[in-house]
Design a protein around this ligand. Sequence first.
Ligand code: ADP
Ligand code: 2DT
Length: 234
Amino acid sequence: TTPGSPKRGAFILLEGVDRCGKTTQVSLLTRHLLNLSLATVAYRFPDRTTQVGGLINGYLQSSAEVGGVDDRAIHLLFSANRWEAAPKLADTLAQGSHIICDRYAYSGVAFTSAKREEDRSSMSGGELTLDWCMCPDIGLPAPDAVIFLDLEQEEAEKRGGYGGERYEKKELQTRVRSRFAELQSLDEKDGRVPWHVVDASKSIEEVHQELVSIVTNTIDRVQTESSPLQRMWA
Ligand code: ADP
Ligand code: 2DT
């Protein structure tokens, strides 16, 4: 930053399996920061409002039996959906706004790398390795903290049955949870983005209070250290 320019905003990412409370907590956190007169923008991925997002939405809502879309092709669309938002995201942070984001590249890798066992109908051969899945997202703006809302599969199911979308299935969701754990280990091993695992089975208010503390500390760290925006998996 040049002297006199505003300090950049913090990029906070919430990840976790379906129903863990991401939507609820993103909106509570955003409201909390706005109430403190801190400029804050909520993001969510996939962003279904763009053209690419429209393709993703169509894919998620069509039944798996229809097939037709290659796993790798859809993976790249999810990544493209982040890349098309990346300049705006970086700009928002540079202008001093904080970002609270619902899902990002970690969901991208966790879901694609978990799906093959489920979707044997796919045309493309070979494994969807973690490495392959991470590649297209390398270089994206990286979050300053990952907050992982951790919830057992059984607890998630108690929060209402899954809807009809393609990935809303118990076996897949269980595998996704373990892929997130692998991604956490990789970040920790390489000293990248700090992860905060939060017990998402607590009440909405209790989870919110924990998140407020993590977010406050993260904003403080980013702004006192004037740390530059990092790049994904770099
Ligand atoms: P996600 O965005 O991760 O899928 P949501 O925020 O939409 O999760 O929450 C899924 C459902 O669970 C909603 O009905 C929500 O009201 C409820 N819920 C969210 N957080 C909690 C919590 N801590 N305890 C109990 N129910 C919750
Ligand atoms: P929502 O229910 O949160 O709208 O997500 N997904 C998400 C992927 O497979 N790859 C990605 O890169 C992202 C961001 C998770 C819809 C589904 O899309 C999955 C659930």
